[in-house]
Design a protein around this ligand. Structure first.
Ligand code: RNT
Ligand code: ZN
Length: 417
């Protein structure tokens, strides 16, 4: 796309928005500050580096067998660097504990240390990125159907130790990179069939969490992630939404809202303005459930748009940590990162360009037809010209041009794996 054309289209859009009282420059400046936390696990279908042949377990599944997945740390970093080069702005990388630099050694989960992640911290510095972290309860011989809530104290102790160490690693990342790291705790714990011991498991999980969070780390923002159910664990999830919402509120930590972790017609956008009254911040897992928590690549759909609108309308951008969470193994994985990240950015840009003052005025005056009409019209305003300009300003391929770039990378790099 010709630079001049992008510029011209932007000038026209700027005028169009100005007529509605919207300052596109302000929206662009705000979007520049929206950092996405890219999930490292899209690049290798949640395999990690502990055991490259290991099977993914714990109620999550990556389906598809597209060639070219990252087989080791070097390949994964190269892929993330490529993806990031096609996403305007500066972003974070969200790492799971199984992605440590273990140097070919067997390092069990209760043995991980900051040193195993030092090369990630150095990499992040070199690439002008910040890091977030996650403990990993799945894909391990001690996982079974439960981890932190297991009825065997020995198993619980193992996972408590792992999670405390994970938070310590996050602290080190936050300290060295000068930006607090989000530590997200999600455990798959549940049961396939009916349990008569719901209370027992939940008491166990609460007790484990109390032990895990007994220490405060000043460079960590803690988050706990609920879920409605996992594959193979359909009848009961220990860490339900109520469980973690209660825990987060009581302990002043974040709840993570994953878009795929609620009942199929339940949307997370409506939870933002409630949770923020009671918790300091929120962590998001932007995802796309298709009939279930299928973790399809994020696209610019109503769910993501309404989520972004709610956050912007509540002036909550500084209190929301935007993580992505999906893993599609059936398409080019770098493409998956880029499509999902750009869709998320577009949703936030649209929200930042909303004629909110007029909409609020209509609402206050009871002019509901006018409110509905303007909401409809706003959908078709030339926000995409503003996004192309955002790409241009950030030196990133605009519009569909990234498709060819990813094609080149596939030919030159991925196809040789
Ligand atoms: C699983 C959760 C969790 C994971 C990652 C890999 O349903 O969404 O966030 O996807 O931790
Ligand atoms: Zn998630």
């Amino acid at each position: 796309m010709n630079e001049q054309k992008i510029q011209q289209a932007y000038e026209a859009a700027k005028e169009r928005y100005a007529a509605l009282g919207i300052d596109t420059e302000k929206a662009l400046a705000a979007l520049q500050k929206v950092s996405l936390s890219l999930h490292c696990w899209q690049a290798d279908d949640v395999t990690g580096f502990e055991n490259p042949d290991g099977q993914l377990s714990g109620g999550i599944q990556a389906t598809g067998n597209y060639p070219g997945k990252a087989r080791n740390m070097q390949e994964l970093r190269k892929d993330v660097e490529k993806a990031v080069s096609l996403i305007p702005g500066s972003h974070r990388l969200n790492i799971h504990a199984i992605y440590g630099d273990f140097g070919g050694q067997k390092v069990d989960r209760d043995q991980i240390e900051p040193k195993h992640f030092q090369s990630w911290i150095d990499w992040a510095k070199d690439n002008n990125m910040k890091l977030d972290f996650n403990s990993t309860s799945f894909s391990h011989p001690k996982s079974g159907d439960q981890s932190l809530s297991h009825r065997d104290k020995g198993i619980r102790d193992f996972w408590v130790e792992h999670t405390i160490r994970s938070r310590r690693i996050a602290d080190e990342m936050g300290k060295q990179l000068g930006s607090k790291a989000c530590h997200n705790l999600w455990v798959h714990d549940g049961s396939k069939d009916l349990t008569v011991d719901r209370l027992l498991y939940r008491q166990n999980l609460k007790d484990s969490l109390d032990r895990i969070f007994a220490n405060k780390f000043s460079n960590v923002k803690d988050a706990v992630e609920s879920k409605v159910f996992g594959v193979g664990l359909e009848s009961f999830t220990v860490g339900s939404h109520e469980f973690y919402m209660g825990y987060a509120v009581k302990n002043g930590i974040m709840a993570t809202l994953d878009m795929g972790h609620f009942h199929p017609t339940e949307e997370i956008y409506d939870k933002i303005s409630s949770l923020l009254l009671y918790t300091p911040e929120i962590m998001l897992h932007v995802s796309r459930p298709v009939r279930w928590d299928s973790d399809h690549v994020v696209i610019l759909n109503d769910s993501v748009q309404m989520l972004a609108q709610e956050i912007v309308r509540a002036e909550a951008l500084p209190r929301v940590n935007i993580g992505l969470d999906y893993f599609d193994a059936s398409i080019n994985r770098i493409g998956a990162y880029v499509v999902g990240s750009r869709a998320t950015q577009k949703a936030f840009l649209q929200a930042l360009l909303e004629p909110i003052a007029t909409l609020r005025k209509y609402e206050a005056e009871g002019k509901f037809f006018e409110r509905l009409a303007l909401l409809e019209e706003a959908k078709a305003l030339p926000w995409n010209a503003v996004y192309d300009y955002f790409c241009l300003k950030n030196g990133v391929a605009p519009a569909e041009e990234y498709i060819a770039e990813i094609g080149r990378y596939e030919k030159e790099v991925l196809s040789k794996r």
